[in-house]
Ligand binder design. Structure first.
Ligand code: FAD
Ligand code: DLZ
Ligand code: SF4
Length: 506
């Protein structure tokens, strides 16, 4: 029996189920740089380089192990239109008994794979992706019968099941969550680690040229390209993060600084998402560093929670909620995405900084995504689907299963509160507390409603006012609406007027 094993660009794990379950002598691997994948949404050009270079390295490594790999390049004579085109070409050249695939990371492809049995007339075996800690069944059994699907309770179960940061059956240090210790603003005189940087090799150089050539007007800078493209390089990046940044990751997790894109963040999400690093193994290394006394518990816990908690939890939500999740719009927000999300040309220093580094690095850390670009879109009433397409386009780690719940759910409250207990709306005071952006801004963060007032200040109240019918009954917003109600009419009107001017200028 000969199998054809299709491996996608975010499935670059040697231990992938479809590779584990087929024998090298009985199975050909098929990898396709497909026009469809570069075109169905925009991608940052660095993300394309990462994926194609990592795919080419992965194919070479499998070939070196003795596997047969059929590899279609985007710059070959007649590139493949899509994955089906690649499969058709393989079937025309060879006889295969089965097509084996590990499940993809988005509904679009899952739906397409379901048509392939009829289309190609051979059995199609889709295997569950076990590179995640929590299977679909496990998530369903956790969610079953719960009124609210709160991440914190899910996370505790994952801690118990993995034994990470556990002392017997108790959480290390006696608490599950050390977030209260993790909200320090940073100053630029602190030692600043830098993420591990990899010099592009000949394969990456070739891909850089190809992407520059094919996507001259694509979003984002290509150079300098410093990402790891193999598992060995990604392992070095992980070791470098643990040695230089993890200890301070916790306290400064929410901090933002001008000119500092990475701070104490790991910059490992893309490597984990495309399969170069295994999420459980990453957490075990962090757990070991804590047990060895190299890093404090609040940092190790904060980091591990993001991976076995948030990352697994949002994936569970994505598959549970179905393909229409990305279209949810509980607050009826319909304003088009402002052009400055692409150009970075805005007087708002916080947004300019986050978007500018996004163009340069294909990276912004969680609080920049959530509390700068996310919060602004939320309080300005931007269409959540347009914003979802933006996040999918601009980050190196963007894949729908993880991006959509973070955007539609956590950031925009467009799922009506399934994922978050309240919207992440905030005035400029939050950004002022956690960053040094405001000092450099043409707007005044202390001014509430004047012509130079920080736009976040008026939009925040206007957002609550506009959405009062939906949000007033939210118990976590009770005190906020109480404050709004206590304001005199003139003040409330001043907020509305300033917000109207800000929105008109968008
Ligand atoms: P660190 O801060 O070092 O965190 C460690 C790891 O935890 C990350 O590498 C990542 O694997 C995981 N992680 C952290 N937060 C989350 C989270 N909220 N959800 C899932 N995993 C998490 N993450 C993506 O991987 N892809 C996306 O497309 C993506 N889109 C996002 C969109 C919005 C609107 C928001 C608010 C968040 C999004 N995130 C996304 C989550 C998070 O911002 C990134 O995972 C993180 O910034 C990646 O940088 P890092 O590797 O330095 O993470
Ligand atoms: C993101 C991406 C891009 C740009 N190109 C390819 C490609 O040409 N071939 C491929 O196999 N995968 C690519 N990917 C990743 C896929 O889009 C990803 O596998 C799906 O989005 C499922 O998560
Ligand atoms: Fe952003 Fe307002 Fe601060 Fe300017 S003043 S950086 S717009 S929060």
């Amino acid at each position: 029996m000969t199998d054809l094993v299709l491996v996608l660009g975010d499935q670059l794990s040697p231990g992938l189920p479809s590779l584990r379950q087929t024998r090298p002598e009985d199975a050909d691997i098929l990898m396709v740089e497909a026009i469809s994948e570069t075109d169905y949404v925009w991608h940052h050009r660095k993300k394309m380089v990462l994926i194609f270079s990592a795919m080419r390295h992965f194919a070479a490594a499998r070939q070196a192990e003795g596997r047969k790999v059929i590899y279609h390049r985007l710059d070959q004579d007649k590139p493949c239109a899509d994955f089906a085109d690649g499969i058709e070409r393989a079937l025309a050249a060879n006889t295969y008994d089965r097509l084996i695939i590990t499940e993809p990371g988005e509904w679009r492809l899952r739906r397409e794979f379901e048509t392939w049995h009829d289309r190609f007339g051979l059995p199609v075996v889709v295997l569950e992706d076990d590179r995640f800690l929590c299977s679909h069944d496990r998530f369903a059994s956790w969610a079953e019968g719960r009124k609210q699907l709160r991440m914190e309770y899910f996370y505790r179960e994952m801690r118990r099941e993995t034994g990470l940061l556990m002392e017997g059956d108790k959480p290390a240090g006696g608490k599950w969550n050390y977030d209260a210790e993790n909200r320090r603003p940073a100053t630029d005189d602190l030692f600043m680690p830098r993420p591990h940087s990899v010099e592009p090799d000949a394969i990456t150089r070739e891909v850089l040229d190809m992407v520059a050539d094919r996507f001259p007007d694509g979003f984002g800078d290509l150079e300098p390209f410093r990402f790891a493209v193999t598992t060995d390089q990604a392992e070095l990046a992980l070791g470098h993060f643990i040695a230089t940044a993890l200890a301070e990751f916790g306290p400064y997790q929410d901090a933002m600084l001008r000119g500092e894109a990475f701070l104490w963040h790991s910059v490992l999400s893309a490597y984990i998402n495309i399969g170069l690093l295994d999420p459980l193994a990453v957490c075990q290394r962090v757990d070991a560093a804590w047990r060895a006394g190299d890093v404090p518990l609040n940092s190790a816990e904060g980091f591990i929670r993001q991976i076995i908690g948030w990352r697994e939890y949002v994936r569970g939500i994505y598959w549970r909620e179905g393909p229409d999740y990305v279209r949810r719009n509980a607050l009826g927000a319909e304003r088009p995405l402002p052009d400055f999300y692409w150009s970075g040309e805005t007087d708002m220093a916080c947004l300019a900084a986050a978007i500018d580094q996004t163009r340069r690095e294909a990276y912004a850390h969680h609080i920049q995504r959530l509390m700068v670009t996310g919060t602004f879109a939320l309080i300005a009433g931007i269409d959540p689907h347009a914003l979802h397409e933006w996040y999918l386009a601009v980050y190196v780690d963007a894949f729908e299963w993880v991006e959509a719940p973070n955007t539609i759910g956590m950031s925009q409250f467009a799922d009506g509160g399934l994922l978050g207990s309240k919207p992440y709306a905030a005035s400029g005071a939050y950004i002022d507390r956690m960053s040094d952006y405001c000092g450099d801004c043409r707007y005044n963060v202390k001014d509430k409603t004047g012509p130079d007032s920080c736009p976040f200040n008026s939009l925040y109240w206007d957002f609550l006012d506009r959405n009062a019918d939906t949000l007033r009954s939210n118990p976590r917003l009770g005190p906020v609406y109480h404050n709004w109600d206590r304001m005199d009419d003139a003040k409330r009107q001043a907020y509305r007027d300033r917000a109207r001017d800000v929105l008109a200028a968008l």
